[in-house]
Design a protein around this ligand. Sequence first.
Ligand SMILES: C[S@@+](CC[C@H](N)C(=O)[O-])C[C@H]1O[C@@H](n2cnc3c(N)ncnc32)[C@H](O)[C@@H]1O
Length: 404
Amino acid sequence: MLPGVGFGADVDIPGRCGLPFPPGVDAANWPQWIQQHDREIRSRLRRGEEDSLVNFILFGVSFTTRPRVMPGQPDQSLIDARIHDFLSALNSSTTSERIALLRRLAPDEQSIRTNISRYLTERRQYANVLDRASAGDPVASQLYKNRGLSIDTNFRPNFAIEKTLASLKSRGTLTFVSRAAIIGPGLDFTDKDSGFDYYPLQTLQPFALIDSLLRLGLAKIPDLRVGVFDISPETLGHLNRARNKPYTVQLVLDKTRPWQKNTLDYWNRFGDRIGVPVPPLPAPKQIQNVERRAVRIRPAIVNALDAHELNIVVQHADEKYDLIVGTNVFVYYDAFDQALAMLNLESMLSPGGILLSNTSLPECPGELLHRIASEPVEYSAAPGDDDLVEIYSNSALRRSLAPR
Ligand SMILES: C[S@@+](CC[C@H](N)C(=O)[O-])C[C@H]1O[C@@H](n2cnc3c(N)ncnc32)[C@H](O)[C@@H]1O
């Protein structure tokens, strides 16, 4: 365990949040249970990496020139050919960071086929649940609770965070941030949706947050420090290798989406406070209809990040932060785990601190951390391509936010 990162294993945690202990668990065996639970959660990372493997084989373009698979109509001969190309890349001397990560999963042809068929079956099941959800089925909110923990990311949630920060600034709720934290920044691996793999593996959220804070005049370099916490050793390893060097991000926009103008404006300004524009890498021919830009981020910005391994459900850092951001992380957990995470998050917030999450989190009776407002964001005119950022604060004075 890293210095400054403690286990949130206080025996009274369930009682504190008004939650009953899980079945068979009591104050005496709570410390053992929480350690076992940590191991269970970490085992879901492996399943998430197996999903990344499948996404990479079906949609990747860095190891093959074949077309991407259409997930709605999977073509078995195309999948077979892509598995073959992937195995050749895996056994080659490539230095690709993505291939190196997938090599650690030691996939063989049989396990790859099993994972692809599991993934396609789950995809159909999720699509069915989502169809029913549009008719008001609450099962949809349970969709991710037992799933593998995905590490993937794209630029969109960062627009939602910038819009929320602008709103908090205009209401006078947030005036200055000298210590910020991100829970689960993720890696842009091969998102099935709008992420690609023809450029080097990258993370976006830590840089996007600094960019937004500087743009809004809410922080200054070199005073700002950003704690970056993730359960995934791969994400942490990537961030630690980035230190003391410029870091180039490739931004690729799918032009076929009916983006909202504000989203496009955000995509176009991403990075302008933290780096300089550089020529983007060319896209391979399987990738059509995209717009590309790239930004070379200054080493001083990269070095403002302090990366630590942490499972926010069972651990907290001893540091205090003015602002904590966690997007597309808590959706993977049930209400009990979310309540534990809330207690850990509360212990990491400075007085008057703000927590932003695009998942609604349970508020613990008797605790200070409460939802004070929410910020809706529409990324595009496509159905469901939107978000709601929930704003929590531990300030007793801010039980509801002043109007804009
Ligand atoms: C789907 S990605 C989201 C990335 C990014 N925040 C975004 O919104 O695009 C989820 C991230 O949360 C991390 N994560 C999941 N569970 C976590 C936990 N219990 N503690 C810390 N990080 C966690 C994953 O490793 C991954 O980096």
